[in-house]
Structures are given as structure tokens and as C-alpha cells.
Design a protein around this ligand. Sequence first.
Ligand code: PLP
Length: 395
Amino acid sequence: MISEKMSKLLERSAAMSSMYTESARLKEKYGAENVYDFGMGNPNLPAPDSIRETSIRVLQETDPWYLHHYMPNNGFPEAREKIAASLNRRFGEHFDANNIMMCTGAAGGLNCLLKVLMDPGQEILTFAPYFGEYDRYADNVGCTLTTVPPNIPTFQPDPAALEKCVTEKTRAVLIDNPNNPTGVVYNEETIRAIAAVLAKKEQEYGHAIYLISDEPYRELVFDGASVPWIPNDYKNTIVAYSFSKSLSLPGDRIGYLALRSEVEDFENIVAAVAVATRITGFINASGLQQLVCAKCCDETVDISFYDKNRKRLYDALTAYGYEMPKPEGAFYLFMKTPTENDLEFVEKIKEHRILLTPGSGFGCPGYVRIAYCVAPETIEGALPGFKAMMEYYKN
Ligand code: PLP
């Protein structure tokens, strides 16, 4: 018999698993090429060839005992050093290995970090719409996730709304930039305004409020958009990064946390993350992946592929009359549904064999997320269905 708490979590996760099942059922019935699955953010591009080549080289050249045994829980020093050097080159940081902690993807890093920062009963704030698993991460550490209402239609977070939500219990603000599910890039002006609110609230309450920036899509940006490097704007920033999307390695579970030495309680945070990796069961990130990604950390998949998909979908959908913010990052479109009931829309569009994720799962009903990390044929095949749905709701 499983715990009551887990039973509830299982129920809530059923929507996600049912998407897999539904996709498989429709593919079986109509043939895979006739099903247009935009449900999951599972990158369809393969990892660059250099990942395979580097993996082989690392396996051949590294002492197997060293590579495969337990290691310092925050990761191999040389991997952390290489990533620090890359961030120094790209963002003018002054990091060394001590500022980087390797972790098992963004999810592993965030869960370890929250374990370190949060006491049960405290609050984590985020802006809706947000990555749906944040509330479960908060629950893992006995905390609540408070959401700042969405700022429609731009979806740039509203600092004034944030100010109203921060309380004495707020210890962390968690943002996801570029954003999943909207594809919006929180710009420098927004980040500075958020930083000003948090600095004021730190003063008022007399304790640190950490700004955790979850950035698995950092390099996936278009139209010359740039993602602000938040440590420049706010002292108590901790960046969570993952190679899941930039190098198409979600199955390999590899990423890192990065923070400046000036962050309040820096040394304790670093030491405690090492402990948190153990007690949460993440122990340490895969040794092989650490060494491979450290060597390939300045590369990315072919981002122009996602850009083409983005343009094709955005142009076609807006021409049909749909509304959405023009995404500048990640590989998602967040589209307003022509009915207020996004769940109904998601059900109805299945008649056209199109699978989408309801905005309700991201704390923003009335919208759907379209993950366009798919083959161009999937987009072409789906467009008539999107058009028909708009006509259906107009009439
Ligand atoms: N954070 C965001 C915003 C995501 O979109 C995802 C995955 O899609 C994650 C975290 C988890 O990433 P990872 O696979 O690196 O753990």
C-alpha cells in the first residue's frame, strides 16, 4: 500500500502519463505519421556528434577507477573548473571550481538546492505560468509554492504583483528563463525590477531571499534575444542549468548549479548541497557525463532548426486568428484557446489527432502549450487541424 501523500501525487501525475498513453493509442490507431504530438518538451534533435566522439575519448583516456567510482559529491574538480572557465568567458564571471556544483539535470539541482535553503513551512514564489513540477519540488521540502498571477498578454513578470506576494516566510523566488511554457525571455528591465523588489524585501525582513534562476533553455533564443545574466543584477542569485536541451541530453541527467562567492552563506550552501545530493539520493551526477559536458559546454544543437519551426507555427497560427506572445526562447508557444476552457480545447483538438498540454498544468488556464521540438512534417500535418478548430469556435 502506498502512502496517502504519494497516492495524491500519483493522481496529479496521471495527466502527464496519460499523454504518453494517449499518444501511443492514437499512433497505433492512425499510424504515427498521422498523429501530431506537441505534448512533451522532449527535444527531437539528436545530441551533436561531438558528444559521442567525446564520450568515446573520455572512456578511452580516463582511468576507469577514477571515472566510475564515488567522487566528491559536487563533482569532478576538473569538470567544475572547465564550466567555471566557460561562464567566465561568456559572462565575465570570476568563478573557479568552488562556484560550480555538478548535478543530475536541473531537476536534481533544484531539489538539492531547495533542500538546502528551505525550512518546512516557508514559501517559494514563482510567476505563473511556471514549470508544473515546481509545486512538487516545493512539496518535497515541506514548503508551499506561491504563484504571482500571470501578466497577460506579454507574460513578462510583474514586479509590482511580486511585491504584494512576498512575505516574511518567502525564502526563495524561482524563475525559469527563457520560460517554459511561454517561450518568453524575461528581459533585463524585468529582472532589474524583480531584483529591486527583492533587495527591498531583504532589508525589510532582515534575511536573504534567494533568486533561483532555472535556465535549461538559456541558449535556445531567437531574433537576437539575450537572456540576462542575473548574478549581475542581484547578489543572492543561484543559477540552475541543465544540458538536457542545449545538447539534447535529457536522458543523461546532467547539469550544474552556479553561484558567486558573495552570495549570502556561500560556503555553507556549497557544503550543504554536497550533503543534499546524498540524502536526496542524487549522490553525484554521472562521472562520464560530467567530463563529456565539461568538454562540450560551449556547444549547442542546431538552434536554427527550432527557429524554423517557431516561425512556421507562429505565422500560421496567428494568421488563423490565434493569439499568443511571440516566443523568443525555449521551444514552446503558449496559445490562447478560443474557449476559456483549455481542457475542453485539448480534448476537442484530439479529433484532429493533435496533442497539446493544457495551460492549467502551468497555473494559467485558458491557454495551451505547444512544444515545437518536433519534425517539420508534424507541424505541416497539424496546421489544417488548428485551422479547423478556430473555424469551429468562431461559428
Ligand atoms: N526546469 C524547466 C523549466 C524545465 O522545462 C525542465 C524540463 O523540461 C526541467 C527544469 C527539468 O530539466 P532536467 O531534465 O534537466 O532535469
